[in-house]
Design a binder for this molecule. Structure first.
Ligand SMILES: [Zn+2]
Length: 257
């Protein structure tokens, strides 16, 4: 039997589930322990210990205990760090933030510490909270998260002949195969998507550019369209379905048109 140990760490709330009369089961992405699931006993009643902090994409410091490295943690206390009021006050920003945390939840496993994923989430939530709700931020977050979780699509060369990106060549993106195929190698398959050299270059730039400079990166309507099609298909291929938060976005946008 492992002894119970207590830890303190900063964490983003990914998901909250009511449990029983008064408890909540909360999934966090923590700075020091990766994804972590814990039970907040009496969270529905205790405003003193949990205030309104246990809401998706809130950032807080949590105090938790658990036996061993795995298993459900007991969330003993929490202190709000940032509630992201500006994200909650604006529909577009709420949609982006919900998607970022949903995607993080889907592509990460409990018990694997990756502080760079915590920093990625923190950096993008700050960008969305402080600047315009740019569509391109969705794509650059997707790419960076895919890279950190080991699912990065190949965008700098042809998957088949391995030749590096050539501005005179045409390309298609094959989600099932995980990247680009050049015009010499690619036989159009049912799931191959067209992608222009401009889109490929923008995605590569947006993947690596300093975060503070991202909102200034100009994305053409064609690139926005192509990169959305390509990355959505790629993510769907890995998850085997569409994300719920993405379906919500589609429904809302249909209503707003
Ligand atoms: Zn090729």
């Amino acid at each position: 039997m492992h002894a119970k140990t207590t830890h303190r760490t900063a964490a983003f709330v990914l998901r909250v589930l009511d449990y029983g009369e008064s408890d909540r089961i909360v999934t966090f992405y923590t700075e020091d322990f990766g994804k972590l699931k814990g039970i907040a006993k009496g969270a529905k009643r205790s405003r003193r210990r949990f205030a309104n902090a246990l809401e998706p994409f809130s950032c807080l410091e949590i105090l938790f205990s658990r036996r061993g490295r795995d298993g459900l943690a007991l969330i003993e206390d929490s202190t709000p760090i940032c509630h992201y009021a500006s994200l909650r006050a604006d529909l577009e920003r709420t949609l982006i933030a919900s998607y970022l945390i949903d995607l993080t939840d889907q592509f990460t496993l409990e018990g694997k510490r990756q502080a760079d994923i915590y920093r990625l989430l923190a950096g993008f939530l700050d960008l969305v909270a402080q600047g315009p709700a740019l569509e391109s931020l969705w794509r650059f977050f997707e790419l960076r998260l895919l890279k950190l979780t080991g699912y990065e699509p190949v965008l700098d060369r042809c998957l088949a002949c391995r030749s590096l990106l050539d501005p005179d060549q045409s390309y298609q993106f094959v989600p099932r195969e995980g990247g680009l195929k050049c015009g010499r190698c690619g036989i159009a398959t049912y799931d191959a998507l067209p992608i222009s050299i401009g889109t490929i270059r923008t995605l590569l730039l947006g993947r690596d550019l300093d975060l503070a400079k991202l909102p200034r990166l100009v994305v053409s309507p064609q690139t926005a369209r192509e990169s959305q099609a390509v990355l959505t298909a790629f993510i769907r291929h890995h998850l085997g379905r569409d994300l719920k938060s993405m379906q919500v976005v589609s429904e809302i946008r249909k209503l707003c048109i």
